[in-house]
Design a protein around this ligand. Structure first.
Ligand SMILES: Nc1ncnc2c1ncn2[C@@H]1O[C@H](COP(=O)(O)OP(=O)(O)OP(=O)(O)O)[C@@H](O)[C@H]1O
Ligand SMILES: [Mg+2]
Length: 340
């Protein structure tokens, strides 16, 4: 089995052969492998419906309604088996050692309680702190998340804050348990453009200062370029490319990665709409038997109708699920098979 390897860092998260099945026995995530190193930012990228959120939730063994089961060969967090954890270990992991920040800061908090009380409660659920010590820590985390008026935010109800302030407060809450991994699922999508930039800068600073590992889920390639070390490109439940961020932007190896990059807005195109990839991601249960991108791929040729395995290109752990990659213009290395 191919493992999408963390580069130089010791491994914090290791996932092998993860699948998620929806009600009705429909696969939505289909046998994916990846690793996240200590202090590494891995971006999980792909269009809507590719399975990014389900992959992240599976890491915490959080099954939303409508999901039937998670299968995997193994899932590890610092060498401990997430897939074999009992309830109390899972509780310590979720919102403790591994915290998650969501897209919509309005729904992240309970609207009925003040922000400060929610932070204090979270801290005390995960750490043996007195109320006074938890309050002090909460105020410090709010300050660290760039909220200058920490005392006012502490005493506010969620609706009294702007979207950007709420997202900062939620990041503060995530940090308050001293996680080693922060999973950020579209953390900027619901915010306006200037605030998006500030939140991305905040995540970059916090990750650097605290040596946090980040699993960053986004469709926004500008955010990927700013934050990520490595990119896992996901399409229709599979990883189709694993590259460093430099490799991805300088020579995308999978036609899907290339198409997404070609759709980025550019300075020459400021007055025209950026192109989009024609067609849609096939829904779970409607995946082609061969390459899942075949119907939208400008390069589709003989051989694409067969199932595609991940193959290594080059010698740096780069992987691509396309039999044509490595032999075309964007060739980056040998194209040696390593199995999928
Ligand atoms: N709880 C659920 N019940 C039923 N189907 C679901 C559930 N969650 C996700 N799905 C389906 O599984 C597929 C993958 O969903 P997922 O939310 O992981 O996609 P995503 O890549 O995060 O997309 P987005 O970018 O829109 O957030 C989609 O087709 C989605 O409709
Ligand atoms: Mg999602």
């Amino acid at each position: 089995m191919t493992v999408l390897a963390a580069t130089d860092n010791a491994v914090l998260v290791r996932v092998e052969n993860l699948s998620v099945t929806l009600a009705g026995a429909v696969r939505a995530v289909d046998g994916i492998d990846f690793q996240i190193g200590h202090g590494e930012c891995v971006a999980l990228v792909g269009e809507s419906g590719c399975g990014k959120t389900l992959t992240a939730l599976s890491l915490l063994r959080s099954l939303p309604p409508g999901v039937e089961k998670i299968d995997c060969a193994r899932m590890e967090f610092e060498g401990r088996r997430i897939d074999l954890m009992g309830r109390s270990d899972l509780r310590r992991l979720r919102g403790g050692q591994a915290a998650m920040v969501f897209q919509d800061p309005t729904t992240s908090f309970n609207p009925l309680f003040r922000i400060g009380d929610q932070l204090v409660e979270t801290i005390r659920a995960h750490r043996k702190f007195s109320r006074a010590a938890a309050t002090k820590l909460a105020m410090r985390c709010l300050g660290e998340a760039g909220l200058e008026e920490a005392a006012r935010v502490f005493g506010s109800y969620p609706h009294q804050l702007s979207g950007g302030q709420r997202q900062r407060a939620f990041i503060a809450m995530a940090l308050s348990t001293e996680p080693k991994l922060l999973i950020a699922d579209e953390p900027t999508t619901a915010l306006d453009v200037t605030v998006q930039r500030q939140i991305v800068d905040l995540l970059a600073r916090l990750a650097r200062q605290r040596g946090l590992s980040l699993l960053l889920i986004t469709h926004n390639l500008a955010v990927v370029a700013r934050l990520a070390d490595r990119v896992l490109m996901m399409y229709a439940g599979q990883i189709v490319e694993c590259s460093t961020v430099e490799e991805l932007f300088s020579a995308p190896a999978h036609p899907y990665s290339r198409a997404l990059i070609e759709c980025l807005p550019s300075l020459e195109r400021v007055h025209s709409r950026p192109p989009t990839i024609p067609g849609n991601v096939p829904r779970p249960g409607h995946w082609p038997t061969g390459c899942r991108f075949i119907d939208r791929c400008a390069r589709a040729a003989g051989g694409c109708e067969l199932p595609q395995r991940l193959k290594a290109i080059g010698h740096g752990g780069r992987l691509v699920r396309c039999h044509l990659a490595g032999g075309l213009k964007n060739r980056v290395g040998g194209g040696d098979e390593s199995g999928g």
